[in-house]
Design a protein around this ligand. Structure first.
Ligand code: GLN
Length: 312
């Protein structure tokens, strides 16, 4: 639980931003050319409470791409569209301990180990409901927009960059096709996956997405339901065990909040029933997690007593 009056909370976040603005480790992602253009000095922290209060500091309105932070939300949409049994036949829930872009399919079944690695995310995208590509894209954008509480759009330059360089993801798509996890040509699912990664957000959106998860699936400001309440437990579970890639165990130990990072430099973290956290800083560590983002969440958890397994 969180204890701090709001004026002190705002001042605390300003201090936190100044304190970690000097933390200069890591590098912006370069494996997708368009991501290499990010400015490593940009930095934002936003908290959103389940009653709709926002506390923002730094570059909270600066756009960047959602990248892997889309994964738990699209997994939720797949659960909603196909039901847990169908989804479980396609995607496991076991942490892989491997990098986000590892092939990492279960031997035998060919099922991706979890929905937070690319293989599982591509399988989840393939499960979205819609009669054609256009309808599935609309389903994707509607789902993500409901979490943000505003209409989100795709960054065309990042999408183009993802698509033209995404050979490893394409290889994963064909492995999924080989095992029958996706039933047809994997290209439409890959296209959708590249699009979900290229959705443009700002740090405030991340905090509100996290707060929507914290609030049982209902956006705290618009009151619109983004996902059925029954899928919140499953979504937060895979975020807890797999959300920070091969840093997930260390993350739970140090921070103790379900979270998801993306190579765009964002992290969203959730304190169920209470608040959502968004952090943006594009310099990444070797695992693809924002360096300042991890440091900020660790400090927030310690200072405000947010670890979900630690009694106050
Ligand atoms: N677009 C990235 C990829 O699939 C997303 C991965 C991420 O944020 N880790 O390569």
């Amino acid at each position: 639980t969180m204890h701090a009056p709001s004026s002190t909370l705002q001042a605390y976040l300003e201090r936190l931003l100044r304190r970690f603005a000097d933390l200069d480790g890591g590098r912006v992602a370069t494996y997708i050319p368009e991501l290499a253009k990010a400015d490593p000095r940009r930095f934002a922290i936003v908290l959103a409470t389940v009653d709709g209060q926002l506390y923002e500091v730094g570059d909270a309105r600066l756009p960047f791409t959602l990248q892997s932070i889309s994964k738990p939300l699209v997994y939720g949409a797949a659960l909603q569209d196909r039901g847990p049994e169908r989804v479980a036949r396609a995607i496991g829930v076991e942490p892989s301990g491997d990098a986000f872009n590892s092939i990492s399919l279960e031997p035998g079944s060919g099922r991706p180990r979890n929905p937070m690695i690319n293989a599982g995310a591509i399988a989840a995208a393939a499960l979205l409901q819609g009669d054609d590509g256009e309808a599935r894209l609309a389903r994707l954008l509607d789902a993500l927009s409901a979490y943000a509480g505003r209409p989100l759009e795709i960054d065309a330059a990042v999408f183009e960059s993802e698509r033209t360089t995404g050979h490893r993801n394409r290889a994963i798509g064909h492995m999924l096709r080989n095992y029958g996890i996706v039933s047809d040509d994997p290209e439409p699912a890959l296209e959708l996956y590249f699009k979900q990664c290229s959705v443009r957000v700002d740090c405030r959106d991340l905090a509100l997405m996290a707060a929507t998860l914290a609030n049982g699936g209902v956006h705290p400001q618009t009151g619109v339901r983004a996902v059925a309440a029954e899928h919140i437990g499953p979504i937060l579970s895979v975020m807890t065990t797999c959300g920070m890639y091969d840093f997930s165990g260390e993350w739970v130990y140090r921070v103790g909040l379900p979270a998801k990072s993306g190579v765009g430099g964002g992290i969203m973290a959730v304190l169920p029933g209470q608040l959502g956290i968004g952090v943006y800083s594009p310099a990444l560590d070797e695992r693809g997690n924002s360096v300042r983002g991890v440091a900020v969440c660790e400090a927030l958890s310690r200072d405000l007593g947010l670890h979900f397994l630690q009694p106050p």
